[in-house]
Design a protein around this ligand. Structure first.
Ligand code: C2G
Length: 138
């Protein structure tokens, strides 16, 4: 059984995330998602999530491509996660291109093209626009 592992915040889950998860799963048989905790997001990524860890976890667990969700609590846990879960492949979007090549002694490392036109930040900005202008966005 080929095991894949990936990491992320997955806040305001959108089709860019789903595209990533679908392609990651297609590389193997079992997909583990290490989901950034609220503390990790705030302290290390300076992201304030709209949905809590538990809410984001339950959303991910409802996705057909996802087999297991574990917490991502720090930047350093990847090596021990890969060993502990015997992951064959580490996958992440190419906005991280090259950043995790140090894992190549442990497993295959794959950077997948991001879905370019969507991001959680963009969604938040667009929503701010619509509420300000009374919903028609003009
Ligand atoms: N993603 C994508 N296309 C988008 C947005 C996101 O392919 N339009 C991918 C990202 O490249 C990442 C995953 O979806 O692989 C989750 O994205 P984020 O929640 O933004 O994760 P990030 O903050 O990049 O966290 O230790 C690694 C970090 O936890 C990665």
């Amino acid at each position: 059984m080929k095991k894949i592992i990936t990491y992320g915040t997955f806040d305001l889950l959108h089709y860019g995330h789903i595209n990533l998860l679908r392609r990651a799963k297609a590389l193997g048989d079992y997909l583990i998602v290490a989901l950034s905790t609220d503390e990790f997001n705030w302290n290390e990524k300076h992201k304030k999530c709209y949905f809590s860890y538990e809410e984001r976890k339950s959303l991910l667990e409802a996705i057909r491509y996802v087999d297991l969700v574990i917490p991502e609590e720090n930047w350093e846990q990847k090596r021990s996660d890969i060993k502990e879960f015997r992951a064959d492949t580490f996958v992440i979007g190419d906005d991280w291109e090259g950043k995790f090549d140090d894992l190549k002694d442990l497993c295959e490392v794959v950077y997948l093209p991001r879905t370019p036109e969507i991001s959680t930040t963009q969604i938040k900005q667009d929503l701010k626009m619509t509420t300000k202008t009374g919903g028609d966005g003009k």
